[in-house]
Design a protein around this ligand. Sequence first.
Ligand SMILES: Nc1ncnc2c1ncn2[C@@H]1O[C@H](COP(=O)(O)OP(=O)(O)O)[C@@H](O)[C@H]1O
Ligand SMILES: [Mg+2]
Length: 210
Amino acid sequence: MTIFACVNTKGGVGKTTTAVHLAVMLARQGKTLLIDGDPQASAASWAAWRRDNPEYTPSPTTTCLAGKAIFSEGKQLAAGFEHVVVDAGGRDSVALRSALLLAQRAIIPVGASNLDAAAMTDLLTVVELARDYNPDLDVRVLLTRVDPRTKDAVEMLEFLNEQGLSVLTTKVCERVAFRRAIGEGATVHELGRDLVAIAEMDAFFKEVTA
Ligand SMILES: Nc1ncnc2c1ncn2[C@@H]1O[C@H](COP(=O)(O)OP(=O)(O)O)[C@@H](O)[C@H]1O
Ligand SMILES: [Mg+2]
């Protein structure tokens, strides 16, 4: 059993998008739990929309947990599943810490067009927290919402490498299909319209489960 956590203190970087796609792809292989640990409950909303569309299957079992319960309750719940994905972050630092403690593999989505200092501080804070709370945690940065027309991702990659961070080779670009899929309680695979988006998610999945 592997427990993944999609974490970042910054919002809008693609935590929920990454978490729900990962959870559905894992659910194809075995019983999967998706823990929504963000008070904004976007993953839970996605799961609710998903229930209206029986053709979107398989589904992870989705539950909301807050703060310390992500670790304590999450640990107990996880025992009944083959795979677990936690969507955590936002400004709830207790939730973030609990998720980092529970997880074996952390994925930190970073908006590649967010080259501002504040976003970098957020990222490094999460990495530092992860190292403090769970030295065994495997931390991987995922460049998301990449604009292929700019060099932002290249610059970001240089920065992340300088920091000694492990960055996934797969980059997820800014694509309408991702926004549409989430809004429908689906994945880009299930919408089936954007083959490049599907390929990006498949590559991400392969890399992160290797
Ligand atoms: N690769 C992408 N391409 C286009 N839109 C995206 C992408 N990833 C996320 N979004 C959109 O950006 C917003 C924030 O994404 P979300 O996954 O909810 O981030 P977070 O959970 O980190 O706040 C949502 O409206 C989502 O649909
Ligand atoms: Mg979210």
